[in-house]
Design a protein around this ligand. Structure first.
Ligand code: 6PG
Length: 472
């Protein structure tokens, strides 16, 4: 049994990679933290490897010890696998906590679970904070982007810790409280949805340069590295440049050539799409990215398809210029963010969260996976007010859109003619073209619905619930 001499400001359950790094970050910022892991040897190893930070760490071997090690009101961060394991930890901790204490779920939780847990714990006089943490292990250790939801008063009691451990943008903490119950986890989910779209679009451009322009991975990597110095400056373009210029130590081949083209997914991108559809939204770039990952996992089917249909012949296609690819990626990315922010707005209205969308953009400027130079401009544009809630209609981005759209059009046309799939880029373009089409084609959909189901339509010259003279 460990000897507890110091009362810790906060506790943490789950010393996996993320939990361990977050604990070291908290300890490093000068906050004594009590840690607990279900397998005690993991705690011992963690402490043994904690070096100078050892003094600020309180190892505990039972939930009772953990709770006893904490200052009141107690705050315990849970960093375990989403779903059942979170409920199991909550169940173990709840009887040991007192009114006013707080449990913080720092994993990638489904915000519906967060809402349910918050309501259940509130009944027992306990506070539950849903806290999205982005930035991978490096971020957790040295400064993640943090999206908080839950009772604002209880967040206030740990705000100093959360802001201290977060990434900073010109000194401004990339951490914020976004609203009650599931608001923080929802913002994190949409962050991940945008992450999926951004990654997919970069991968599509890589595919066109690889299979259309027949460029080697390292050449494409060097190009991404150059783009990272311009308007596309972002963590994802930066790491894509690095990844493409990395060789496999075993074979000497480019790393990407030894990696099977089947993408994994833990579910946050899918949740974004599902929640969007439930709210009557359709973030088509995110949906396309989720679909592309699912299709990618059907490797055997794709191999069979390649066998049956071969590759589409190219008919004197003109390859778009390098700058076209760069511009296309930029505007398609703006569309992905536009759709993400629209979804945040829709959820905020529906759940009455009062989400500060500009603050979300600000919190994403550093520390998280989607951090990029553009986010500062987006935050400013949102603060100025978005016409029709559309980021791409904002005065700050109209010029970008007007310059980049012909390039996106050339890139998508090229891809389509070459038979190279670009679902996210094509969906970005389709969304944009739809949003600038004053008169669409759903007049016919309405007529069809009325024809077969008497669903009624609205007339241009006034009057809802009208019917057509379809059946004589
Ligand atoms: C982050 C990441 C992180 C995790 C993703 C991976 O913000 O730090 O989004 O949360 O890497 O959940 O998700 P997939 O496994 O679904 O790609």
């Amino acid at each position: 049994m460990s000897q507890i001499t110091t009362k810790a400001r906060i506790g943490l359950v789950g010393l996996g990679v993320m939990g361990a790094n977050l604990s070291l970050n908290i300890a490093e910022k000068g906050f004594p933290i009590a840690v607990f892991n279900r397998t005690g040897s993991v705690t011992d190893e963690f402490i043994a490897e904690s070096g100078d930070l050892r003094e600020a760490l309180v190892p505990t071997k039972t939930y009772e010890e953990l709770v006893a090690a904490l200052e009141a009101p107690r705050a315990v961060i849970i960093m375990v696998k989403a779903g059942g394991p979170v409920d199991a930890v909550i169940e173990a901790l709840t009887p040991l906590l007192e009114e006013g204490d707080m449990i913080i779920d720092a994993g990638n939780a489904d915000f519906h679970d967060t809402r349910r847990r918050e309501a259940a714990l509130r009944e027992k006089g306990l506070n539950f904070i849903g806290m999205g943490v982005s930035g991978g292990e490096e971020g957790a250790r040295h400064g993640p982007s943090i999206m908080v939801g839950g009772n604002p008063a209880s967040y206030e009691t740990i705000r100093d810790i959360i802001e201290a451990i977060s990434a900073k943008h010109d000194g401004d903490p990339c951490a914020a409280h976004f609203g009650p119950d599931g608001a923080g986890h929802f913002v994190k989910t949409v962050h991940n949805g945008i992450e999926y779209a951004d990654m997919q679009m970069i991968a599509e451009i890589y595919g066109l340069l690889r299979d259309g322009a027949h460029r080697a991975p390292e050449e494409i990597g060097a190009l991404f590295e150059r783009w990272d110095k311009g308007p596309l400056n972002s963590y994802l373009v930066e790491i894509s440049g690095k990844v493409l210029q990395t060789s496999d130590p075993e074979t000497g081949k480019p790393m990407v050539e030894v990696i099977v083209d089947k993408a994994g997914q833990k579910g946050t991108g899918r949740w974004t799409a599902i929640e969007a559809l439930t709210l009557g939204q359709s973030p088509s770039t995110i949906e396309a990215a989720v679909a592309a990952r699912s299709w990618s996992s059907e490797k055997e089917t794709r191999l069979a398809g390649a066998e049956i249909f071969g590759t589409e012949p190219e008919h004197n296609l003109t390859l778009p210029k390098e700058t076209d690819f760069e511009q296309a990626l930029l505007v398609a990315k703006l569309v992905a963010y536009d759709q993400g922010f629209k979804l945040l707005k829709a959820a905020s209205d529906h759940y009455d969260w009062g989400l500060d969308l500009a603050r979300a953009a600000e919190v994403w400027r550093e520390g998280c996976i989607i951090r990029s130079a553009l986010l500062d401009d987006m935050a400013a544009a949102i603060r100025n007010g978005l016409p029709q809630d559309q980021l791409i209609f904002s005065a700050d981005f109209i010029a970008h859109m007007k310059t980049g759209l012909p390039a996106l059009r050339r890139v998508v046309s090229y891809a389509t003619s070459a038979g190279l799939p670009v679902p996210a880029l094509a969906n970005a373009l389709a969304y944009f073209d739809t949003m600038r089409q004053g008169r669409g084609t759903t007049d016919l959909i309405q007529a069809q619905r009325d024809f077969f189901g008497a669903h009624g339509f609205e007339r241009m010259d006034g009057g809802e619930g009208q019917h057509g003279p379809w059946h004589g």
